[in-house]
Design a protein around this ligand. Sequence first.
Ligand code: ZN
Length: 604
Amino acid sequence: MKKILNTLRRIPAWAYPQVARHALARRLRRNPIPSPELSDSDLDFFFGSTNAVDRIIDHYSFNLFDSFSSPSHEELENILHHRIEIFGSFVDVGSPIQWRRDFTTGHEWVRDHISKLQLVTQKGDVKIPWELSRFQHGVTLALGYKHSREPRFVNEWLAQFNSWRADNPPEYGCNWGNAMEVSIRAVNWIAAYHFIQDALDRPTKESILKALIQHGRFIFTHLEEFFPFNNHLIADLCGLIWLGIFLRPSKEAEHWLDYGLRELANQIRIQVLPDGASYEASTAYHRFVTEMIVETCEVLKTSQVYSQRIARNDIYLEELHKTADKMIRVVNALRKPDGSIPLFGDEDGGKWIANYKLPITNYQLPASNVQAFPHAGWFSYRHDDEYLAIRAGNNGQLGWGGHAHNDALSFEYSIGARNFLVDPGTYAYTFDPEARNMFRSTAYHNTLRVDGQEISRIPEGELFRLEDDVRCRVIAHNDSMWEGEHTGYTRLGVIHRRRFEKTATGWRIGDTVSGVGSRTLEWFFHFDPICAVEIDQNRVITKFALSPNIQIESNLQSLIPNLQTGFVSRVYGQRAPAPVAVFRLNVSLPIEVEFMISPFSVKS
Ligand SMILES: [Zn+2]
């Protein structure tokens, strides 16, 4: 009872209707109604008449944008041999494909109704079967057919589609675990259908349409409208829009399209900040949401929905397109010299459709050394080859912090394509709670820890929430300086203020730690796994044979760094050992400490 009251206290009053609706839906789902395969008359009913089904199938008119990269011969061969890329590794998924299995641990989710399944378990990571069942590799196969016209790619796609459907009846098995998974699979099926439809016979086309109808109905009745709203609901709504466009002129599909557009506009007002960044405190989720919105905008244009609705003064569409532009600009502005984005907050490799190329190169940045997104708390600096990204934001999701890390005043630093100091990433969600909490802890960020405490407390047993402890305030910034502070340690009577200053020889970081009493201060510097590092008296030095290298030293001669081994995870589910330099000091507050990051060249 106390737990329920505590949960209710954390939910803002305006979110009560959504929470109540979700609880009711959960109760109803305990007594599920089995969903059998749709019959031919169901198909006629969905489209209004047999004639309409004929029209859809014989006069295919769906238009898809053309922003796809061509798959390589090797990629296609791998998929034909059931070696599917899941979270950056090629996995042998079996023949027939084991759609409900975590291939790392061997755990398999039974084919039971979703209301009875335990998705979160340490026996396996449900994200692995989910990722496979998103069918993104299916678009790669379909593109293989588009470029080569070889029927074997279509045959393989069809064999996998039929095998998946036989193994995963609607609402049964982990792959119906949430509407987002269903949405992503549906749009990847739509994209594949688009590229291979001229090679399909009528019964096959009918069976794909039936599967898409089942997916649309599932999404519409399982919208993830609970607090805190997040990327899942955006995926659900984008899925409805895609299905709505693809399955027109069905009245039911038109309704999905109308509903999806209206609710997506509402969600954007909640989930996209005025500076164009996602409100989830995660650069990777920002990128994922950007892809969903940009690709949905593109399909609205290529399918003529945009022009038809703009002619009817549809204000939602204009807003959606303006938001998409702002969101791409954020991705472009944060891009590191190696083309990746800094990993602030959670990252799980989410993408909308396979082989899609986000048009970031079309978006020119203003001529300035600094790109600032103050609402998200993301700042990037470029001076010649040097790149610095600073994180100074709140926990996101209106204080829930489901995808935030303890990264206040942390930063990433690169020279050219060589990454030196990085955010160690995410690695795990539910399959390894200890690692999940380690990767989002203060010690796993390039910032200061006081008395071994977290900046925002990590609640016991909750893997997708942080206590709403931190507020970041930017005091000043210009094109060669940034200064701000955070309030995460006010419960200890301590404020951490940090100033980054570009100097002729690198970046100076000045930390002011105010408060009283004797405290243990620990500064962490996480190096990229490619860096070999050594300590030389009070300096940390990288050991690349070829320039550039960097050194980090403090202005306090007595502050001697200590070298530890941590982890960096660039891809969800994988982690590599990496050096961490830790400077530790027992001291009476207040105190000011400086660190100098200086690039240097190797003498030949
Ligand atoms: Zn992080």
